[in-house]
Design a binder for this molecule. Structure first.
Ligand code: ATP
Ligand code: MG
Length: 474
């Protein structure tokens, strides 16, 4: 096969010419080739292997490009990178690798193209296209990667047991690619991953999280989490999730399997949002259920306070995975903490005051919270399914209606603490808090509108109740 027509971007011609000037061969390899053949949108990262110095080739390419982009050299890795248009090209000399037990960082020597293809993780990632002038666009596929692309199979070029043991990150990459591309992991690979699962411990948390994010960003994330579970990797990465597995039965009463339920929720939410953190919230929304699970004869299975427990677990999980403990984490916590609120609300008649309280507590995230709760409906009973969705539609409509009228989102008290102090000639004191709380409660209950005049009058009443005197010289 020749793919010279697909390499129509002029960067490839320029790389080709530069290689000729240096009298070396070079190839475009890996993800770019894979995605080109799969027709998976345009891949903006190009990996080029030179049989010789990748750094020299990068410098030559820069010389030949208009406005000579800066070449970033990574000496320790023997690689160099440059940007052209919106494309990032990485150059590396072909290498041969050998591994040692304790590390995923191999000993590296110069090698041939074949050596370099041998060190690639999967057959579909080892495809190379020749960039030299006479053979421009020719495919080099020593492991039948094209057949694996056609048959949608993830397979390692060499012995899977050695491949995964050498660099355990590949276990996660296999599962991640299977999820992103909707491919099947070949049987002996799956076995080797299961066997080597414990070696995931030598991989840094940051790299693990990168792969988890790519799984979560896929169209159907459940595929990846099911594979993580099946191979035993999930137990090492997120035991909070595997703890949700299983159905208990006491005296004929069963609860649902919260692991599979969670995965359904994640797939549901993936249809409605690309927001990675909202997808995280879906993944973690029930983690508090494992530690709070109780059985009582009277009410059967309960998970009291699982939302609160879950939100605390979010912090610990993020911390353990070395994820930033920033506003994204707080967002996930908030979603988990509030994840049952709209459900409770929609079970009954949807009152304005309940909706106002929801909007008050969720603030700007109320829409995300509704999206989460809609995804949370996984009942197989079509009548119930319809009923819950209808109720949420009512809640959503009411949110808009109440918001237009009462402006509860990002609530600002219509009477400020300062105004209260001035009115009653007060120093900062607990009375101010009491009055403010009474005003807020009255607005949320719908006893007074969210307006200054009504709130001011209520302040006077409340002040009177507290025995405060109006300051004359106001
Ligand atoms: P994407 O960029 O979409 O994640 P990719 O295949 O380009 O996919 P990269 O991580 O950018 O993935 O790596 C580029 C190439 O380097 C891969 O296609 C593969 O050939 C090789 N590679 C990357 N990581 C490994 C690894 N851990 N073991 C072996 N080869 C790897
Ligand atoms: Mg890439």
């Amino acid at each position: 096969m020749n793919y010279n027509k697909a390499l129509n971007h002029n960067i490839f011609k320029i790389i080709s010419r530069s290689a000729k000037e240096l009298d070396l061969d070079c190839y475009v390899i890996g993800g770019f080739v894979r995605d080109l053949i799969l027709d998976r949108g345009s891949h903006k990262d190009i990996d080029v292997v030179a049989i010789g110095s990748g750094i020299e080739l990068a410098k030559q390419v820069s010389k030949n490009l208009p406005n000579n982009p800066k070449v970033q050299v990574f000496k320790t890795y023997g690689t160099a990178m440059l940007r052209y248009d919106d494309i990032e090209v990485e150059f590396v000399g072909a290498r041969k690798e050998s591994y040692q037990e304790h590390s995923r960082n191999p000993i590296v020597e110069n090698g041939s193209l074949e050596d370099d293809q041998n060190r690639r993780d999967f057959t579909i990632n080892a495809l190379a296209l020749d960039l030299s002038e006479g053979k421009f666009g020719e495919l080099l596929d020593p492991f039948n990667g094209i057949a694996d692309l056609d048959n949608k199979i993830i397979r390692t070029p060499l012995d899977p047991d050695i491949t995964y043991s050498d660099d355990p990150l590949r276990m996660l990459r296999a599962i991640r690619f299977a999820t992103q591309l909707n491919f099947k992991i070949e049987e002996s690979s799956l076995k080797a991953i299961t066997k080597n699962r414990e070696r995931i411990k030598i991989i840094t948390k940051e790299r693990i999280v990168t792969e988890i994010h790519k799984i979560l960003e896929s169209d159907k994330p459940s595929k990846g989490f099911l594979l993580l579970e099946k191979t035993g990797l999930l137990e090492y990465i997120m035991p909070e999730l595997t703890a949700l597995k299983g159905i208990d039965e006491v005296e004929g009463q069963r609860h649902k399997d919260n692991f599979y339920h969670t995965l359904e929720v994640v797939d549901n939410i993936a249809i409605h949002t690309q927001n990675l953190w909202l997808r995280w919230a879906a993944l973690l929304h029930d983690i508090g259920k494992a530690p709070t699970k109780r059985f009582s004869k009277k009410v059967g299975w309960t998970f009291h306070g699982h939302e609160f427990e879950g939100s605390k677990m979010v912090y610990r999980l993020f911390k353990r995975l070395k994820m930033p403990l920033n506003d994204k984490m707080k967002f996930v916590q908030k979603m988990v903490l509030m994840s049952s609120r709209p459900i409770v609300l929609a079970q009954d008649i949807v009152t304005d005051s309940a909706v106002r309280r929801l909007v008050f507590d969720a603030g700007d995230y109320v829409d995300d919270l509704m999206t989460l709760c809609e995804a949370d409906i996984t009942t197989k009973n079509p009548k119930k399914f319809q009923k819950y969705h209808n109720n949420f539609k009512i809640v959503r409509d009411k949110i808009v209606e109440v918001e237009q009228r009462d402006h509860i989102r990002n609530f600002q008290p219509p009477v400020s603490g300062e105004e209260i102090m001035k009115t009653f000639n007060l120093k900062p004191s607990k009375e101010i808090g009491i009055i403010k709380e009474a005003i807020k409660e009255a607005i949320l209950e719908g006893d007074i509108p969210n307006e200054h005049e009504a709130a001011f009058n209520l302040m006077l009443e409340e002040g009177k109740k507290l025995g405060l005197k109006i300051h004359e010289k106001r």
